[in-house]
Design a protein around this ligand. Structure first.
Ligand code: GLY
Ligand code: MN
Length: 354
């Protein structure tokens, strides 16, 4: 029996539900294995049902062993199907069900009560199995290879867009299905934009270049950031680079079961504050990574979940000086019994591409 379904039945029990309806794509895939774009996993106390339309029936039969497959359509909607069940209390994904869908449920499913799952499936997903960790590690190693490759491509005169395209092409050739998000390629002054997506700006000598990218491998994401200088680094570029590096390495070294995201965030933030750059580190230290690029556990000021073995998180402090540029260094790590294992292997020495 699919142990994930057993865990969902645990949630059903705990919350006094009759069933759970999941259609947030990452949760749905986690529960059922379904990789298509439309479908509903309906888990009851004794049944696992997958509801999808004509386009995906064959795929669901292959990808969702152990599920009874039911076809829906414009004429027989998920609401019509639910109406035929004896479900009284249905757990739904409050962070995914649209207002319109909810209104339809309320209007047409008289007598059924809808209960917010309170991210219960997302919380399950936060703790990875060794097999899931290996998928993320593979996605991270493809990104590492792409970083080594891109260092041979970057030079003055090439555009940020070309760098982003080359990263994507390279990672797909190495087995990735796609980018895990649109790569951030921010050069020169633009590197002060924490999420500066690639533009047609050309790289100039002396630019600090921040690359934040990752790929998906069998549904799992990787995420890494490196900043480096195209040419010789100035004293100011070095000062912010080494401040970020120290914060990154100290926070990373502290990762272990029992610590919260808040505590990790504070370690990095205090170092950056002490160096006088506190106001220029305006985002959280990191986030969980898995089927989604940003998932639990939070590694920031609201991260009150204690780390446990199997959590996969990023550690990514940065300093962004308006009108000058910025630096971010990000590693992907898995929490282990002994502490942590770093999945991003690319060097963090300051690279001066000459
Ligand atoms: N690497 C992109 C992000 O963490 O938001
Ligand atoms: Mn990240």
């Amino acid at each position: 029996m699919n142990t994930r379904i057993e865990k969902l039945r645990g949630i059903i029990e705990e919350k006094g539900l009759d069933a759970i309806l999941s259609y947030k794509p990452e949760n749905r895939r986690y529960i059922s294995g379904f990789t298509g774009s439309t479908g509903y996993a309906l888990i009851t106390k004794d049944q696992a049902i997958f509801i999808t339309d004509f386009r995906y029936i064959g795929q669901a039969k292959i990808e969702c062993p152990g599920f009874t497959i039911i076809e829906n359509s414009k004429l027989k909607t998920i609401t019509d199907i639910l109406k035929e069940t004896p479900i009284k209390r249905l757990g739904i994904e409050e962070d995914f069900v649209t207002y319109g869908q909810y209104q339809e449920f309320i209007e047409k499913l008289e007598g059924m009560t809808f209960v917010a799952l309170d991210a219960a499936i997302t919380k399950l997903r936060a703790v990875k199995t060794p097999e899931e960790v290996e998928m993320i590690a593979k996605a991270a190693s493809i990104a590492d290879e792409a970083f080594s490759h891109i260092l041979t491509v970057v030079k003055p005169g090439i555009s940020e867009d070309e760098i982003a395209l080359e990263l994507e092409y390279f990672m797909k050739k190495k087995g990735a299905s796609k980018n895990s998000f649109d790569p951030i390629v921010a050069s020169g002054e633009r590197s002060c934009l924490p999420h500066g997506r690639a533009t047609d700006k050309l790289i100039e000598k002396g630019d600090m270049l921040t690359l934040d990218f990752g790929c998906m491998y069998k549904g799992y994401c990787s995420d890494m950031t490196r900043s480096f200088v195209v040419g010789e680094a100035t004293e100011k570029q070095k000062a912010i680079y080494y401040a970020v590096l120290e914060a990154q390495e100290k926070a990373l070294a502290a990762v272990k079961p029992g610590l919260t995201g808040i505590q990790l965030d504070t370690i990095a933030r205090d170092i950056i504050k002490d160096k006088g750059y506190g106001e220029y580190f305006g985002h959280g230290l990191g986030h969980g990574v898995g089927l989604e690029i940003h998932e639990l556990p939070h590694v920031n000021a609201i991260g009150d979940i204690e780390m446990v073995p199997g959590h996969v998180i990023t550690i990514e402090p940065g300093i962004y000086l308006p009108g000058f540029g910025g630096v971010r260094i990000e590693d992907l790590v898995v929490v282990t019994d002994a502490g942590y294992r770093v999945l991003s292997k690319s060097t963090k020495e300051l690279i001066e591409l000459k």
